[in-house]
Ligand binder design. Sequence first.
Ligand SMILES: NC(=O)c1ccc[n+]([C@@H]2O[C@H](COP(=O)([O-])OP(=O)(O)OC[C@H]3O[C@@H](n4cnc5c(N)ncnc54)[C@H](O)[C@@H]3O)[C@@H](O)[C@H]2O)c1
Length: 371
Amino acid sequence: MKPLGVALIGHRFMGRAHSHALKDLPLFFDLEAPPAMRVLCGRSPDVADVAARFGWERWENDWRKVVADPEVDVVAVGTPGALHRDMAVAAAEAGKHVFCEKPLAATVAQAQDMHAAVEKAGVKGAVNFNYRRAPAIMLAKQLVDEGRLGDILHFKGFYQQDWALGDALPHIWRMDADMVGPGPAEAGSHVVDLARLLVGEITEVAAADVTFVKQRRLPEDAARTAPVTTDDLAVFITRFEGGALGTFEATRCIAGRRNALSLELNGTKGSLRFELERMNELDVYFADDPSHLQGFRNVLVTESVHPYIEAWWPPGHIIGWEHTFLHAYYEFFQAIAHDRPTAPSFYDGLRCQQVIEAAGTAAAERRWVEI
Ligand SMILES: NC(=O)c1ccc[n+]([C@@H]2O[C@H](COP(=O)([O-])OP(=O)(O)OC[C@H]3O[C@@H](n4cnc5c(N)ncnc54)[C@H](O)[C@@H]3O)[C@@H](O)[C@H]2O)c1
């Protein structure tokens, strides 16, 4: 197969992470159709310099030109959530495969449009819930599927960061619910996706949330402020289809927690624990271990038998956060080459969005909300 021409919309944080992944992918993974980095799109004038530095052939300010570009087969969307819909729908209608950042959209209605558009066009749509692609998470999934934990009784998932603690930070798009969506969309969506992966569908949610800093100064004019309409902290509990319960926290205001995504999974035959800041490790406990040896064991997930590790380094040569993006892209390009379903798909993104929006409603109306 010839290379797949890629366009990336968004040239800041995710722009760098995606560019890095696309550049390194053919170095480590065998692909039927490797990516060709055609065009980087961003709003500000520095996109030309950034595109050259990140290794793109061309640059563009207008995303509509990018999605119509005949040399582009894949459109990657790395812009704020409320912008995803129009970009992804236009790309699908132009016959391009779409790799979209999380959360899939800012509302369920937008996510439905996106899911419908890729289905109608017969193109692949993937949402970048990249933490699924951490080898330790894939191992956790394998243990669940093998029945090593028995029936799952409980999921606990936290995403705790501290970048918005206090009032020093000016107002940015992440503090605007119109851009991000209602409910714990930004960080919460990653945890909800992992819960769906490991436990199954969520049927009901109850939630509470709080915004600690309600007004923030505008970056361009410190004398003026704008309201913060997103959560600083959301806690929610859920019921799963199989009968398990879930407890969740999503926050950007817990001092000392830089990028602390952590989860626990507890079943009738065992438990496991994962922490993103120690992402090469998985703690597992099996209730059928001999009683004199019972206890959590710490598995360093860097053996060649572990997911994706054969492509990387010898045992113990740990990998990092950015590698999850390579794994996500690898799965996406292989799904295109072999014409097989993508995962996580736009359907997964839509199901996640339903939980997030329901959590927002549950918090606002102080009640359980069915999904
Ligand atoms: N998977 C992850 O781990 C992860 C981490 C951070 C952010 N994200 C998600 O990635 C997305 C982008 O976040 P970010 O942190 O990169 O944001 P950012 O603010 O760093 O960058 C936003 C980019 O969007 C571009 N943009 C905005 N409006 C545009 C328009 N109309 N046309 C073209 N370009 C436009 C900007 O020029 C900029 O390059 C969000 O959906 C966010 O939730 C995912």
